[in-house]
Ligand binder design. Structure first.
Ligand code: SER
Length: 323
């Protein structure tokens, strides 16, 4: 199956592309940035420079590649989004609109979309099901919530097979960029490369988190599920919800002499406090058999050696992003 991935250079992109290629799919990558050094080379992975804000460019690329499905990942995350809400609106909202329009005009059947815990807002119970009022507090969350609705509209009105997961904060062997959930990953990344990390949240902060292999499996399993089994377009997917203090304990147990402390940043803490503790994902479990495999401990055991291998060459490359 030929698959076009937008935002291929972002947090999910290269891992998703590797998973798609391992399943034997032909993949075309697109991103506003040039091919990263760790991407497969052009023989295996065509890399198209694309600004999703440019409707004509999106349509031209879709017409040229003629994918069977599009994984639309291009987006600006929540913390970085708050420093430039205007660009975030254009990229996240305009980008999805352009992709859906190109899919409609070029007759592409399936559009996969990554939504988020950031669609939720304050005032909800700690555990949230799929159908609760959405009152996002960030531009990222606003655009993802309206993106879910736009996709559902294209599904009803034009028959586009729009499917989305609402991701928890994703943790992977990568240096993150611009997310509010990044405190969790930076405990691991800076724990490995610097032996210390000061988290920008309180120790009792609790949000849903997920290890990337589960995140990829969720997206691929939803994409591959028979349409007749699906009862909705957008699904919560959950994994585990440790406090920040528990993550720090897991990192401290896995990396000797690591020092993690906490210095909450009021803006990012307020965003974290507006998100739920736990996602109820009964519909995903029922409709397409969703089950997470990793919990905090098994993720830690898998992730720390990967980060050690990844960060040996690249010791002082990137600081925790200043947003
Ligand atoms: N990881 C995202 C963020 O922090 C949440 O979906 O913005």
């Amino acid at each position: 199956m030929r698959t076009l991935v937008t935002g291929a250079g972002g947090q999910v992109g290269l891992d998703l592309i590797a998973a798609l290629m391992a399943q034997g799919h032909e993949v075309h990558a697109s991103d506003v940035r040039v091919r990263p050094d760790d991407a497969p080379d052009a023989r295996d992975l065509p890399w198209h420079m694309l600004d999703v804000c440019d409707p004509e460019a999106v349509r031209n690329l879709v017409a040229r590649v003629r994918p069977d499905r599009i994984f639309h990942l291009a987006a600006i995350l929540s913390a970085r989004g708050e420093s430039m809400p205007d660009v975030t609106y254009q990229v996240n909202q305009g980008g999805l609109y352009n992709v859906l329009e190109a899919a409609r005009l070029e007759g592409i059947t399936q559009v996969m979309f990554t939504s988020t815990i950031a669609v939720f807002g304050p005032g909800l119970p700690p555990s949230v099901a799929d159908d609760v009022p959405l009152q996002p507090t960030t531009m990222y969350g606003v655009t993802k919530a309206s993106g879910e609705m736009l996709g559902a509209y294209y599904s009803r009105r034009f028959g586009i097979d729009f499917r989305a997961v609402r991701y928890p904060g994703l943790i992977s062997a990568a240096v993150p960029g611009g997310g509010t959930s990044d405190y969790a990953l930076f405990m691991y990344v800076d724990g490995v490369r610097r032996g210390r990390y000061t988290a920008f949240c309180r120790p009792d902060t609790t949000i849903p988190l997920m290890y990337m292999p589960d995140g990829l499996r969720a997206l691929l399993e939803l994409s591959n599920a028979p349409r007749s089994a699906l009862t909705r377009c957008v699904y919560n997917v959950g994994a585990f919800s440790p406090t920040a203090a528990r993550i720090a304990d897991a990192v401290t147990a896995a990396i000797p002499d690591v020092k993690i402390d906490f210095d909450p940043d009021p803006i990012r803490q307020a965003i974290l406090d507006s998100w739920p503790d736990l996602l109820i994902d009964d519909a995903a479990r029922r409709d397409w058999n969703w089950r997470p495999e990793f919990d905090l401990e098994s993720m830690t055991n898998d992730l720390v050696p990967r980060l050690r291998a990844m960060l040996t060459d690249d010791n002082e490359t990137e600081q925790a992003p200043h947003v």
